[in-house]
Design a protein around this ligand. Structure first.
Ligand code: 2AL
Length: 167
């Protein structure tokens, strides 16, 4: 039986529900916490719980989850569920003009050089130009600010992915 919508979280067996959540953010403690909170009365309640449970992610959890995200502009490879999410989210930067592609590549490299982790942005709903502007603006931040912003974008992506899964 194919489960749809909220049932995909509430009625799936724990292993499947955990896998669905891990594709939203590779933070096992968070996935387990959401699984334990089942059943959720409605999608909004589930998303609110996911957002609240994501707030206290540790530095290590943020680093591990960041490592799962392909660079913006690099076609996400792989058959894993999170790669499929990335491909959909990054559609805006598919087939950009060479100049934008070059500036994204150079910006990503400069960002990783300066901050030691991938530039992460909630790409869904943003144009390539908006993403590039954010990248070039965020390059001017100090490391602590960027850690905070990257963690916030990670939470936003996780909740958006869950919302998509439960739609
Ligand atoms: N480096 C990134 O920002 N990657 C991503 N942002 C998204 O919204 N999905 C990704 O894979």
């Amino acid at each position: 039986m194919t489960l749809t919508g909220l049932a995909r979280l509430n009625e799936a067996d724990a292993r499947e529900a955990r896998a669905l959540l891990l594709a939203c953010a590779a933070v096992p403690r968070w996935a387990e916490q959401i699984v334990q909170g089942r059943p959720y009365a409605d999608v909004e309640t589930a998303l609110t719980a996911a957002r609240a449970a994501a707030r206290p992610w540790s530095e290590e959890e943020v680093d591990a989850a960041l490592a799962r995200h392909p660079r913006i502009g690099e076609r996400p490879q792989g058959a894993d569920a999170d790669a499929a999410h990335s491909r959909r989210e990054q559609a805006a930067v598919d087939g950009v003009d060479p100049e934008t592609a070059r500036r994204l590549r150079e910006g990503n490299a400069a960002y990783e050089e300066r901050f030691g982790h991938v530039f992460l942005i909630r790409a869904a709903g943003r144009s390539a130009a908006e993403i590039l502007a954010a990248l070039e603006e965020r390059l001017t931040h100090d490391p602590a600010t960027e850690r905070r912003i990257a963690a916030e974008q990670l939470r936003e992506i996780a909740v958006l992915r869950l919302q998509k899964e439960l739609a």
